[in-house]
Design a binder for this molecule. Structure first.
Ligand SMILES: Nc1nc2c(c(=O)[nH]1)N[C@@H](CN(C=O)c1ccc(C(=O)N[C@@H](CCC(=O)O)C(=O)O)cc1)CN2
Length: 285
């Protein structure tokens, strides 16, 4: 059994990005820039934003955090985004999710210029992913999972893959990227009947349900590849959607939580920001 080390892989990705950025910066005369908007005081969101800013520091990007009050109106949030859309030193913009209930997430995401949408959530980028237009940005978590498969030489062609969860930021885009790898994909949600039966037949499982230890050893077959996207806090401890201790005894490859998919999400965000920076430099030549 191999534990897929997302932390190590993310560090390797940062080193590669830093090298490329150092080179490009000499020619461009400026650093890449990422702006992160956080609304409210969600403790988990604060950790993720802090980690994104640290990642920018690691690779030498400029970063800006815009902290907004929980009560901000949607209109004022859109004005903040507009300012960043017009800022030539900003290559990437993201709004940390979730947003307070009174704000329409889709309106906000689509207010970000598609060329700066390094989260890959904008309708234009989702459309580009759908048709395989590589000028767009891929959503970071599914892109990170695909990078893990590639780095560990896990071939998906003809494999039966079960995706648990159908969120816009993980389950749905993950399914598209797996299809592109020629896998046979089944998507489950909380209403799915006989989940255990489906799990038993799967070669690869991507668990993104947000339900602690949902996937048990008795559910999976010997040699299964398990990707755990869940990040749950139980009694102050982090755990995934997979019962790691037990399932790892049957798996051929498995990701841990923490240290698996999470760090890769941030690595892909930084990779998308570098891509945006490159695209802007090339445009202004
Ligand atoms: N605008 C966005 N919002 C959200 C996204 C996103 O991609 N863009 N995804 C998630 C949260 N997320 C990134 O923002 C994220 C979650 C977890 C991690 C991570 O590295 N986790 C660590 C553990 C960290 C901890 O909680 O102590 C790990 O798994 O090792 C990174 C990014 C929802 N919102």
């Amino acid at each position: 059994m191999t534990i897929i080390d997302g932390k190590a892989l993310s560090e390797k990705t940062f080193e590669e990005i830093k090298e490329t950025h150092d080179e490009l910066q000499k020619k461009a005369g400026r650093k890449a820039g990422l702006a992160v908007i956080i609304v409210g005081e969600n403790p988990a969101s604060k950790i993720y934003v802090r980690n994104k800013i640290r990642a920018c520091e690691k690779v030498g990007f400029n970063s800006e955090t815009i902290r907004l009050d929980e009560s901000i109106s949607e209109e004022n949030l859109l004005l903040e985004i507009e300012k960043l859309n017009n800022d030539d030193n900003i290559d990437g913009i993201l709004v940390q999710l979730p947003l307070p209930k009174h704000i329409n997430e889709l309106e906000v995401i689509n207010a970000i210029s598609a060329e700066k949408d390094v989260d890959g959530f904008h309708t234009t980028n989702i459309g580009k992913m759908m048709i395989g237009d590589e000028t767009g940005f891929l959503p970071c978590t599914p892109a990170g999972v695909i990078q893990m498969f590639e780095e560990y030489n896990i071939d998906l062609e003809g494999k039966d893959v079960l995706v648990i969860g159908q969120s816009n930021i993980v389950g749905k885009p993950m399914t598209l990227l797996l299809i592109k790898k020629r896998a046979t994909v089944q998507v489950c949600n909380s209403k799915t009947k006989n989940l255990s039966e489906k799990l038993q037949k799967s070669d690869v499982v991507v668990a993104a349900a947000g339900s602690p230890k949902l996937v048990k050893a008795s559910d999976v077959k010997e040699g299964v590849v398990v990707i755990d996207v869940g990040i749950n806090r139980v009694d102050g401890k982090l755990c995934g959607d997979v019962d790691f201790d037990e399932v790892s005894k049957k798996a051929s490859f498995i990701t841990p939580v923490p240290g698996g998919v999470g760090p890769m999400t941030i690595a892909m965000l930084i990779k998308n920001t570098l891509k945006s920076y490159k695209q802007k430099i090339n445009k202004s030549k």
